[in-house]
Design a binder for this molecule. Structure first.
Ligand SMILES: *Cc1c(COP(=O)(O)O)cnc(C)c1O
Length: 388
């Protein structure tokens, strides 16, 4: 068995002599010489997702990417979408019908919540939100409950869920579990191995890794494959060949990049936690974080994200404006450092962090960590200087 670093290098390798990366294959129509060949292809594609039959079913570029992600996530099938939100919306629409009830963790990514509130409810699907530390769903389940949607660590606040116990409870109640695995991106964390049935990654983030691709994917095992495959084909979900190419190219360095993002963000998390301006640093590797023991048990490291609660009088906007090496921007998972204001409690029903104060979400990039710390240190001292 090859180790996963080696697999990242080999994904999509064609027969020699050939290019190291599978080339961009652009096509709508696929040409055949005979009717027999045309019809045989159409028959094969119903059970094999890697058959070249028509552009809407993906070309070899997307097929190679899907197979690579499927191996990374250790699933049985992988479907590609034009964005992370499209993958979330596609999976939820594929698995829910009017009258069904959905359970969603309260600490979910805000756009997922918007889809649930604005789209699913309009289609007569009812939703309840449960706390991130729930391990027994029997208090939340109703006769019409069909599905559980989780995200671990939590969006923006990084509470780590006990997925093995939660999945056991869900399965005992006859429910399937879908996880948003964008944080771990198949490298730090593998929800399918922890018991989930579907793992969604916004490849816009670390899979592609260079802040220039939009993509999403859903890796699936078992009974969930057929309904998701059928929905993907019915609704024409597709990832364009150039985006598939760029994503697979980015994945070559997924392990290396995450190692550095994780080291840099841990160093900065500890450094920030000593600053007098800071009330609390949220990062899954910080001892005392909610779910820290579970993270140590279930994950192999952390990514570049961290959120910081500052003292209430601290001017976070001026701080972000004055940083030189951190641009202001949403999204994350590229090579560059970012900062943005967040209000994670807005919209949530249950979350419990006691600390109030203005918050910044940082994405720590691949710059030298000492440069990033110097930039922050200079900005803190300039601000005190201005105040005095
Ligand atoms: C970014 C993100 C998404 C959505 O991905 P897009 O490609 O921006 O649509 C979904 N879930 C999480 C956790 C994300 O961070």
């Amino acid at each position: 068995m090859l180790r996963r670093e080696t697999k990242l290098v080999q994904f999509g390798r064609t027969e020699a002599p050939g290019p190291a990366n599978p080339p961009v294959v652009r096509a709508s129509t696929i040409l055949h010489d005979t009717v027999a060949s045309y019809e045989a292809t159409k028959a094969r594609r119903e059970t094999d997702d890697a058959v070249l039959s028509y552009g809407r079913r993906g070309t070899t570029t997307a097929h190679q990417l899907a197979r690579s992600i499927c191996e990374l996530e250790e699933g049985e099938a992988c479907f590609l979408f034009p964005s992370g939100v499209a993958a979330i919306a596609g999976v939820l629409s594929a698995l829910l019908r009017p009258g069904d009830h959905l359970l969603v963790v309260d600490t979910i990514f805000p756009a997922t919540r918007i889809y649930c509130e604005k789209y699913l409810k309009r289609n007569d699907i009812s939703i309840d939100y449960f706390p991130w530390d729930a391990t027994d769903l029997s208090n939340w389940v109703k006769p019409e409950t069909k599905l559980v949607f989780v995200e671990s660590p939590a969006s923006q606040t990084y509470e780590v869920m006990d997925l093995p116990r939660l999945c056991e409870s869900a399965h005992a109640l006859g429910l399937h579990v879908v996880a948003d695995n964008t944080y771990g991106s198949g490298w730090l964390y593998q929800p399918l191995k922890l018991g989930c049935d579907v793992s969604i990654i916004a490849g816009t983030k670390y899979l592609s890794g260079h802040a220039d691709v939009m993509m999403g994917c859903a890796t699936v095992k078992g009974e969930m494959i057929m309904p998701i495959r059928s929905h993907v084909h019915m609704t024409g979900q597709i990832l364009a060949p150039d985006e598939a190419y760029s994503c697979l190219r980015g994945m070559r360095t997924l392990g290396l990049r995450l190692e550095r993002h994780g080291e840099n963000s841990q160093t900065i998390a500890h450094w920030l936690s000593e600053r007098p301006e800071v009330v609390e640093v949220l990062h899954p590797s910080m001892e005392g974080m909610r779910g820290y023991e579970i993270w140590k048990r279930d994950a192999s490291g952390s990514n570049g994200l961290l959120s910081v609660v500052f003292q209430s009088e601290f001017d976070t906007e001026a701080f972000m404006d004055q940083l030189n090496l951190f641009s202001i921007g949403s999204s994350w998972g590229g090579f560059e450092s970012l900062a943005m204001p967040i209000q994670p409690k807005e919209g949530r029903e249950l979350t419990t962090s006691d600390n109030v104060g203005p918050m910044i979400r940082f994405h720590i990039g691949l710059e030298h960590v000492d440069d990033l710390i110097e930039d922050m240190a200079d900005t803190f001292s300039n601000m005190h200087h201005l105040k005095a």
